[in-house]
Write a protein that binds this ligand. Structure first.
Ligand SMILES: C[S@@+](CC[C@H](N)C(=O)[O-])C[C@H]1O[C@@H](n2cnc3c(N)ncnc32)[C@H](O)[C@@H]1O
Length: 277
């Protein structure tokens, strides 16, 4: 079967699953992984014939996708900041919103050889990206999930970066003093979880559930930031819509100074920056 024929057949099958908004994009993602070709190669040579093995693999994956399994889990990979990361059902699939954290951190003024702690590192996408962009930084990635840390460690090795991986319940195992703490902690209110759909229900609850108002872990983190951050040190937090005001208020009570916000393309205050005065 030719590439264009396979793509149009899959684009016809995938919408069987309601709420799958971009069947062609998903088909391209799966066919690229099945064939080892890039999405651009698939687009510019649509007349190319696929081998039987590639074709069979592709349609097996398309069938799995129609059951609600995320495409990134099927393929075992996802893209973040232009790089490819390994993902499994033990880690959150990195989201484009988190690229805003990377951008904000890279724009900040930090000392050379900065000491950086990424709390709730998951696949390691954030801290590994920082390690590749700032080779002199000294970085630590922590998580409460041993399985997630295994994925992060493999990703770190694949990207050839030197990050220290540590099991820790928030920052309880961490000694001062860091110049930067990044944290994309679970921030979904527990009551919302059943409403988020089949795909998200396949991701780890530990990566999503932020307690009654979504801020249980952020609250605990903020209470400990004064101990872990060096004076003048910064913390970048990724949050859900409508959480930024509450988080800044809380931070002030813990002698942290709100030092900026970053909006995502939807206009939501997605990243809050706090400074240890
Ligand atoms: C929203 S995911 C973020 C993963 C990754 N940083 C990213 O941006 O894609 C939150 C991560 O926090 C971890 N986590 C949850 N509770 C934790 C805790 N008490 N201490 C450390 N990590 C925790 C989860 O295992 C999960 O990997």
């Amino acid at each position: 079967m030719r590439i264009d024929q396979a793509l149009s057949r899959a684009t016809g099958i995938l919408p069987v699953r309601r709420g799958l908004p971009e069947p062609r994009r998903e088909a391209l993602f799966l066919l690229a992984a099945a064939s080892g070709l890039s999405e651009i190669q698939l687009r510019i040579r649509p007349e190319r014939e696929l081998s039987t093995e590639v074709e069979e693999q592709f349609f097996r994956w398309v069938d799995r996708r129609t059951t609600g399994e995320p495409a990134e889990h099927i393929v075992g990979r996802c893209s973040f900041w232009g790089r490819t990361f390994r993902v499994t059902p033990d880690v959150l699939i990195p989201r484009p919103e988190t690229e805003l954290m990377v951008q904000a951190v890279l724009e900040a003024e930090l000392p050379s050889r900065a000491r950086v702690l990424d709390v709730g590192t998951g696949s390691g996408c954030l801290v590994i990206t920082l390690a590749t962009e700032r080779v002199d930084w000294r970085l630590v990635g922590i998580d409460r999930s041993i399985e997630a840390l295994q994925v992060a460690r493999l990703n770190g090795a694949e990207h050839g970066v030197d990050v220290v991986w540590l099991w820790s319940d928030l920052m309880s195992s961490c000694a001062p003093a860091f110049d930067l703490v990044t944290a994309n902690l679970p921030y979904v209110p527990t009551g919302w979880l059943p409403t988020l759909g089949e795909e998200i229900s396949r991701e780890p609850v530990l990566a999503l559930d932020g307690g009654q108002d979504g801020l249980d872990l952020v609250r605990r983190l903020i209470a400990d930031l004064g101990r872990v951050l060096a004076p003048g040190g910064l913390c970048f937090l990724e949050l859900a819509e409508d959480q930024a005001d509450a988080v800044e208020e809380l931070a002030v009570k813990h002698e942290l100074r709100p030092a900026g916000r970053r909006r995502d393309i939807g206009g939501c205050d997605r990243v809050v920056i706090l400074e240890h005065s």
